[in-house]
Design a protein around this ligand. Structure first.
Ligand code: SAM
Length: 318
């Protein structure tokens, strides 16, 4: 150990940290990681360091956790406009032990129930979670946030498909899943996520708030809600306000502005050419940048029918 180069020592320590997303989140980038890694800016690949990482649509954070496990991130800013998700991040950042205790307790209660009792319990929790939303104080951090994060993680771990989906009123509306032995409290991962978040500023807000954190040389990874691949796909899994073509254009304008600032930018999106070879919406929007099409597997319609190989877009300014 004593004769190791500083970089080797660093890598040795990093390998110990294995944080992964604490929620299953629609649009998680787990399977695109090798393609993303191949296209990281040269400076990051060579030094294995990221001085300032900014992720304006963090979701489950698959890319942030992966990079943080394998590279040295000095400073990170993670943004998302889903306030329930951000409660989860802030509670893990501030009160991991209390969260673990409460999750252990709900896990104990749940696992010893019969399947009928589990069903009743699940819908009771879902109901309480939705009712609490009406007068919950999302502005000021408090003990109540820990309880709300417990509901969030419990529901995410026990609901159908493990997804977080809200209806137009913002209510969590996923039915119960049928897992025999779900892990509701993954204490080890919560502690590792807590470690990873020590260097992070976590913000609930619009992607444009990233502007004040993006400096020359920052690395910014944008993963906005996908532009639906088919006209019929009504993809509103993340929040009740859809990310329309107008929003995609507003984002492209922001990307251009940050490009001028000198930051390294990477953006992913669905490729409309999978469905309509003449649809060059993104090709036009990002014409002056480096647009690459990478292979991916995912459900291409909201009904989950067309699973198969499709391409996704990775757009960099370097
Ligand atoms: C494709 S997901 C990100 C998935 C993430 N990369 C992962 O691996 O889990 C898009 C995220 O953008 C968030 N979002 C939607 N509109 C936004 C906006 N205007 N500003 C910031 N975040 C937004 C959603 O809440 C969602 O979490």
């Amino acid at each position: 150990m004593a004769n190791k180069e500083p970089q080797q020592i660093d890598l040795f320590h990093r390998r110990v940290l294995k944080a992964k997303p604490f929620l299953k989140w629609a649009g998680g980038k787990g399977q695109l990681l090798p393609e993303i890694e191949k296209r990281l800016p040269k400076k990051i690949k060579n030094t294995r360091k990221v001085d300032n990482y900014v992720e304006p649509f963090v979701g489950g954070g698959a890319v942030f956790f992966y990079l943080n496990n394998n590279y040295t991130i000095k400073k990170a800013t993670l943004i998302d406009n889903n306030k329930e998700l951000i409660i989860g991040y802030k509670v893990i950042q501030n009160n991991p032990q209390e969260l673990i205790e409460q999750l252990r307790s709900i896990e104990r209660q749940y696992l010893k129930k019969s399947s009928t009792e589990r069903e009743r319990f699940y819908y009771e929790q879902r109901d309480k979670y939705n009712k609490q939303m009406r007068d919950f104080d999302y502005q000021h951090y408090s003990e109540e946030w820990i309880k709300r994060a417990v509901y969030l993680i419990f529901l995410n771990r026990t609901c159908y498909n493990g997804l977080f989906r809200q209806n137009s009123k913002g209510e969590f509306n996923v039915p119960m899943g049928r897992y025999k032995n779900p892990t509701i409290c993954d204490a080890k991962n919560i502690l590792e996520v807590h470690e990873s978040l020590k260097k992070a500023t976590i913000i609930c807000g619009d992607f444009s708030e990233a502007e004040q954190y993006i400096t020359q040389d920052s690395f910014v990874y944008f993963d906005p809600p996908y532009r639906p691949l088919s006209n019929t796909a009504n993809f509103t899994d993340y929040s009740n306000a859809g990310f329309t073509d107008e929003e995609q254009k507003r984002l492209a304008a922001f990307y251009k502005k940050m490009d001028k600032r000198g930051a390294f930018l990477m953006l992913s999106n669905s490729d409309p050419k999978n469905e309509d070879p003449n649809d060059d919406f993104f090709d036009k929007l990002y014409a002056e940048f480096n647009i690459q099409r990478v292979k991916a597997k995912r459900a291409i319609s909201c009904k989950g029918t067309g699973r198969g190989e499709i391409t996704e877009l990775l757009i960099t300014n370097y």
